[in-house]
Design a protein around this ligand. Structure first.
Ligand SMILES: Cc1cc2nc3c(=O)[nH]c(=O)nc-3n(C[C@H](O)[C@H](O)[C@H](O)COP(=O)(O)O)c2cc1C
Length: 425
């Protein structure tokens, strides 16, 4: 089985330096693109490959790049941003790519910048990823020295490449809040439209793509759209970094064909549940997705299938719930995070999430009252899609609403038993 994204990654080992990267075929795609392809040909091959964004929403990368105004009357400077903020609870896939093969990301960034003719590219990095920071700094210095940055390979295409380390908020990963943060402003989301592709960083047409998305690009340019499409098992193309955390035997991360089923990830790769525990459910794509349960074990983890099953593929890194862990306690933990990380910009999110957290805490501490479960369900609806300014609150509402659907009796038991029935004092 082909594993293009992780082929050079040995967990725990130093990443390949520039020479090693080149010996392993790195930067070949960039050479090919700047010497033999026009920018629109690069976009066309990425579009034909059906590369869907790996940051959560699954928007096709080639289509996003095409939205950047490119004609002769659109000479405004443009920008490309690699979103390496990765603060979604349960998600650690970009970290592997950043620490394990920084040159692969750089090549993807430069290729995407070439496709949209950006004059500057930024890597927006999560504050806590200090090892990735050092490795990226080293790789950027090597790439600059070798002529991959600046006047790229003497082609006349000029690109400046900068690394920005986030001040450290989940909100900064939302692409328009990220742009505000880069501009030195408070990281609150912007109204859309205008979309960043038209007016983004300092008003420039800007493309924001996830790290994993960009890491796919060199391989598509090198091996072609059809090759990439065939890597996937179902409607979605390529491979995907799938992960599992929770009480599984072997928590981890694996590059597998897009469309691998939840059961295969859980049983074959994560080794199944730990001794004596049963699978109760999973948030398939990080904390801000809806629970899937036992009946969904054979759902292929691609964008459409997971959506049909009532959740989202999200980041593809699942958090597994077992039958000995209190789902209310899990929710209390997650909603504490979401409430803390709300940027405060819009009222339902700023006021609603702390309420949700407080009600969950009351249930856990034995202060729950009749009506609390309905109140939570009401909040889950009022924080859902279309009501708040950005996707943070709907993301927070997803595990809550679905937990109330699948595990409602656990919430009700907390009221009846005046506390958490799972707690052993
Ligand atoms: C609260 C919030 C946090 C987000 N955090 C990230 C993140 O850390 N990394 C990321 O790539 N996308 C994140 N996103 C999604 C981005 O807004 C955007 O959709 C993504 O970077 C686009 O890249 P893609 O098209 O390659 O998937 C976040 C969205 C929200 C609402």
């Amino acid at each position: 089985m082909e594993r293009p994204l992780t082929r050079n990654i040995r967990p725990g080992a130093e990443p390949l330096d520039l020479d090693g990267t080149r010996r392993a075929g790195g930067y070949q795609a960039l050479e090919k693109a700047v010497r033999t392809m026009t920018p629109s040909e690069v976009t066309a091959v990425v579009k034909a490959a059906n590369l869907r964004g790996r940051g959560g929403a699954g928007f096709p990368a080639g289509v996003k790049w095409e939205l950047v105004p490119m004609g002769p009357d659109a000479r405004r400077p443009k920008a490309l941003v690699a979103n390496a903020d990765e603060m979604e609870p349960g998600t650690f896939k970009d970290r592997l790519l950043l620490e394990g093969d920084p040159h692969q990301l750089l090549e993807g960034v430069i290729l995407a910048a070439y496709a949209i003719q950006a004059e500057v590219a930024w890597i927006f990095l999560r504050w806590e990823y200090q090892l990735a920071r050092r490795r990226l700094q080293q790789a950027i210095a090597e790439a600059r020295e070798a002529g991959y940055v600046g006047d790229v390979l003497g082609s006349g295409f000029r690109l400046d490449l900068r690394l920005h380390v986030s001040a450290g908020r989940y909100m900064c990963g939302e692409e328009t809040a990220l742009l505000n943060a880069l501009e030195g402003k408070r990281a609150v989301p912007r109204a859309k439209p205008p979309f960043p592709q038209v007016s983004g960083l300092w008003g420039r047409p800007t493309v924001v793509n996830n790290v994993e998305t960009l890491c796919c690009v060199p391989h598509i340019v090198d091996k072609g759209a059809e090759w990439f499409r065939k890597l996937g098992r179902g409607p979605d193309a390529g491979t995907k970094l799938y992960g599992a955390s929770g009480k599984v035997r072997r928590p981890g991360l694996w590059e597998l064909p897009m469309g691998t089923t939840l059961r295969e990830v859980l049983e074959e790769h994560a080794g199944g549940m730990r001794e004596g525990l049963r699978f109760r459910g999973a948030l398939p794509g990080g904390a801000s997705t809806d629970f899937l349960v036992e009946e969904h074990l054979d759902v292929p983890l691609d964008f459409e299938s997971v959506q049909k099953a009532g959740s989202r593929l999200g980041t593809g890194t699942m958090i597994v719930l077992d039958d000995r862990t209190c789902p209310v306690g899990v929710l209390e933990n997650l909603e504490r995070f979401f409430a803390r990380e709300s940027c405060g910009w819009c009222t339902p999110c700023r006021e609603g999430l702390p309420w949700v957290h407080e009600v969950l805490r009351a249930l856990e501490e034995g202060r729950g009252q009749a009506g609390d479960v309905d109140l939570l369900a009401h909040h889950a609806r009022m924080l859902g899609p279309g009501i708040t300014f950005c996707a943070l609150a709907p993301g927070a509402a997803a595990p809550l609403g679905s937990a109330l659907g699948h595990f409602r009796e656990d919430f009700e038991e907390h009221v009846k038993q005046r506390g958490c029935p799972w707690r052993r004092d």
